[in-house]
Design a protein around this ligand. Structure first.
Ligand SMILES: *Cc1c(COP(=O)(O)O)cnc(C)c1O
Length: 460
């Protein structure tokens, strides 16, 4: 037996959790239209909806809040923030924004025009929505290994470099930039290898296209490179981070992920020719360039969080926890996407509920059932085609940073185990209301009526 995965911190402040009864949850679920986003957080026992902005701050971050400079222009907090960002990532120009999607809009507004094509390993949903809003076509060029749920491979977030070269050969004049998402959030938060980053960068240089990172989980990606890629086991996380970003021209980043903050974001570039236009756009939608939609306090929290997020002991614990939760589910025979790790564990909803058709929304139905069983909030992830030709349907269990203990994750594994035992009795859902943009956030669902179930069953 290997040793327990030790938390490299102790608890200084606690936040009580209100426990709910099953009948209470039944009622809450109906009132939330079976959508996890519409539940009151107070009625959630263990909240695995997202790791975005749900991080616990450290004592040092709370202390940094107190020394913040809230000056409108030229604040000391910005100077410190800028210095840290330059040191961590190695880019020259630093623009704070209110969160990741602010950086997306800012970058795309100066780089893209309608009719363009933007390649990425997999576009995250807000990135895709923003590019689409600018009239840009999104090309997902994920490697074949990334499209097989069961395959074990160390870097399933890699981009298909041949596909990128083909795209650049055919459509170079329509490609304003290449994006690379590390780790690949919408592709199961799988990491991208340094060798792949280097190869993508070489293709970009050859065709003269800038490379920008969607770098929200940069520290977790660096940790996987250190653990899994030849030649990196003796390098520090800080060194690996510097090397990764040396192959690109800039980044967009949400401070709510690996920067261990509750809000905030960042755009970096080495391209001085963009600076004046970026400043203009920043003032228009985010704020003056030395705060960009963040309070001085937020800049301080993010500055400290950027460093703490690269601590090797913290990363070993965090990624050890997702692997632990994956193992607890796997040992009960529950189908999950492999390999488990990164920020999340994914349940394969079609494997879990094979009696439901895609139209019966197995992922949404499973998420609702897990909440009903034990107050655990998860999230359904929109469907996508797999290499097998099948359409996947996933439920994500996403771990907030420095928030839950191993006991709480054991509880999650037990709750899902109890749902697994009665899986054949679980019915499907249907849309009561389906919004056009980012439907998962605000859709209304309802249990499929007996009549609709009957019609679906006789349809084949
Ligand atoms: C979270 C995230 C974003 C968007 O950031 P927000 O802070 O939520 O606006 C963009 N890309 C990726 C890969 C993300 O994980």
């Amino acid at each position: 037996m290997s040793r327990a995965v030790l938390e490299p911190y102790r608890i200084k402040m606690v936040e009580p959790i209100r426990l709910t009864s099953r009948s209470e949850r039944e009622d809450l679920l109906q009132r939330a239209h079976y959508n996890m986003f519409l539940l009151p957080a107070e009625a959630v026992t263990v909240d695995l909806l997202t790791d975005s902005g749900t991080n616990s701050l450290s004592a040092e971050q709370w202390a940094a809040l107190m020394i913040a400079d809230e000056s409108y222009a030229g604040s000391k907090s910005f100077a410190r923030f800028e210095e840290t960002v330059r040191d961590v990532f190695g880019y020259t120009y630093v623009f704070p924004v209110h969160q990741g999607r602010g950086a997306e809009r800012l970058l795309f507004s100066v780089m893209c025009k309608a009719g363009d094509v933007a390649p990425n390993n997999t576009h995250f949903d807000t990135t895709r929505a923003n590019l689409t809003d600018f009239g840009v076509t999104c090309a997902d060029l994920l490697c074949a290994e990334g499209m097989d749920l069961q395959l074990h491979h160390p870097f399933k977030g890699n981009m298909d470099v041949e596909a990128l070269r083909t795209l650049l050969r055919e459509k170079r004049e329509r490609v304003p930039m290449v994006l690379l998402t590390i780790t690949n959030n919408s592709g199961g938060s799988q990491p991208v290898a340094m060798a792949n980053i280097r190869a993508v960068s070489a293709a970009c240089r050859e065709f003269g296209v800038p490379l920008y990172f969607d770098a929200c989980r940069f520290a977790e990606n660096a940790y996987y490179i250190q653990q899994r890629e030849n030649g990196y086991s003796n390098k520090s996380i800080e060194e690996i981070v510097r090397e990764m970003f040396s192959y690109g021209d800039g980044l967009i980043l949400s401070g709510k992920k690996d920067a261990l903050s509750n809000i905030g974001g960042l755009l970096c570039t080495n391209n001085g020719a963009l600076v004046m236009r970026l400043r203009e756009r920043l003032v228009l939608t985010e704020g003056f360039p030395t705060y960009g939609g963040m309070a001085g306090r937020d800049l301080e929290v993010m500055r400290v969080g950027l460093r703490e997020g690269m601590d090797a002991n913290y990363l070993a614990h965090r990624l050890g926890m997702t692997e632990y939760l994956g193992a607890r589910l796997r040992e009960q025979g529950i189908p999950i996407a492999e390999p488990a790790g990164g920020s999340s564990v994914f349940l394969d909803a079609r494997g879990f509920l094979p009696h439901l058709k895609l139209e019966q929304l197995p992922a949404a139905a499973l998420a609702a059932e897990i909440y009903l069983e034990g107050g655990v909030r998860t999230v359904e992830i929109g469907s996508a085609k797999l290499s097998s030709g099948e359409t996947m349907s996933l439920v994500r269990l996403c771990l907030p940073r420095r928030v839950y203990s191993q006991t709480q994750l054991d509880y999650v594994a037990d709750v899902i185990g109890d749902v697994w035992k009665r899986r054949s009795e679980i019915g499907g859902l249907e849309y009561e209301f389906k919004p056009e943009i980012l439907p998962a956030f605000s859709a209304y669902y309802r249990p499929l009526s007996a009549v609709a179930e009957q019609e679906l069953a006789t349809a084949d």
